[in-house]
Design a protein around this ligand. Structure first.
Ligand SMILES: C=C(O[C@@H]1C=C(C(=O)O)C=C[C@H]1O)C(=O)O
Length: 87
């Protein structure tokens, strides 16, 4: 193996460690988001409100789309779906 490829391999291993840390943080945030979303849903239901707020969902999706483009909107939809459970 050349010195250059050894250095590249070491850097890749280091960067993969960063990706692993990002993924762990993303999972933690998704779980936290779900718990918050469910608590809001319970509060709304307990006070006679609707289970979902479509206007709020549009705001959330627009934020993901603005920040990340079409894939952001897809990501936002996945997160919203996770909080909805069975409809
Ligand atoms: C969490 C809420 O309830 C639901 C879940 C949402 C979400 O996960 O972002 C958004 C709107 C609602 O359909 C809310 O109204 O904010």
């Amino acid at each position: 193996m050349t010195t250059a490829s050894t250095a590249a391999d070491e850097r890749i291993a280091e960067l993969r460690g960063e990706i692993d840390a990002c993924d762990a943080e993303i999972v933690r945030l998704v779980q936290h988001r779900l718990a918050v979303s469910q608590e809001i849903g319970e509060l709304r239901r307990a006070t006679g409100g609707t289970r979902l707020s479509l206007s709020r969902e549009q705001q959330v999706l627009a934020r993901y789309q603005d920040a990340l483009g079409p894939d952001g909107a897809t990501l936002g939809l996945v997160l919203l779906r996770q909080g909805r459970g069975r409809l």
